[in-house]
Design a binder for this molecule. Sequence first.
Ligand code: SR1
Ligand code: MG
Length: 420
Amino acid sequence: MATTQTPHCYEALTVETLPTRLIGVADLAARVGNDPASWSVQEVGDGNLNLVFIVTGPSGRVVVKQALPYVRLVGDSWPLPLKRAFFEYHALTRQAARDPGMVPDIYHFDEAQALIVMEYLSPHIILRGKLIKGERVEGLGKALGLFCARTAFQGSDLAMNAGEKKADTALFSGNVELCDITEQLVFTDSYYDAERNHHTPELQPVVDELRADPALKAAAQYMLMRFTSGGETLMHGDLHTGSVMCTDTDTKVIDPEFAFYGPLGFDLGMLIANYLMAYFSQPAHRSADELEGYQDWLLDVTRETSTTFHAEFVRLWASERTGILYPPALWEDQGQSSDGARDALLNHIWNDAMGFCGVELHRRILTLAHNADFETIEDTAARAKLEARSLDMGRTILLARPSNTDDLIALARATNAKDL
Ligand code: SR1
Ligand code: MG
């Protein structure tokens, strides 16, 4: 992993120091209250990387997110540059423009202190927690399908001015260390006994079989090549169910610090993998009478995300194709339909998305950063049986991509019925 340097003026906030350190931030005082003595501060970060504070005062609440100069999950033995806050800030501003209302409002950004003051989303909670609890979110698949399509399309050469796209690609090309995490943890470490890996002990025979498969390794490495070389759009870069906050009827996307120019299908594929892990883990979280209905709902969300992505991409193709790629001058202006070219591109995006889905289904079980869907299952034998389904589906998808959403969902149902 790459090393990094921290500027001298940087200092990590604490619950105690935050009010005096941020007293001069006008937007914070205006939203929370002018007297910092009246603020209460809680540190609530439960992610892998950063500090997250909720600041409450007489006039309201805000979130203060600050990058640490190392990976929080591991400690200072794994340095990580503060500049990820810069990439998160710039990604949030682009996402807000491309899909208004879908990301928190930004009130203040301090590059030297690597901190962002942003909207406190309430009563939203992290989607992964809702799915473990068996709660439904109205409109979830639609909101996230639209988000993936709008950010993918509008951040690409299909819509952007070519000069702006190149300048933006250069700007985000500095997000090297966070890409490095993805390149190792998502695409590589699952397929050998990497130092930071861990897995449920009862999975060992399945893991041995998976790591002994050269075709599978080659398929994962091909997806890594797509990730590193396919600078097609500004990806969120870490769109899992821990990067989504919801009420029962509203959905927001947070945490784009892994933003980078990459494949159009990356965010869609990672998100679908996380729905599927929620699906496979449900037998440990639901009673028998709730299980089937809730699993069906998760597959409905998967379907709706995919079909909405497709429909919105088609709509944007017709109305916002203003970039250098597939310009109307080549088709419609010549009296020809571009539908065939569009559908070929959508197939390419879906194929990529499925490949990314496959590696994500593996890495959350085999590498460093696991997810609560499985991790909260205390009975390790029961957990291993459910994790084995996720591993099996990831392998099947990597070796032969489902050609459409129906095939993906049929495969999920068949895998869920397997006794592995
Ligand atoms: C060391 S960071 C581990 C994981 O947490 C983030 O949310 C990303 O998913 C990353 O892969
Ligand atoms: Mg995150």
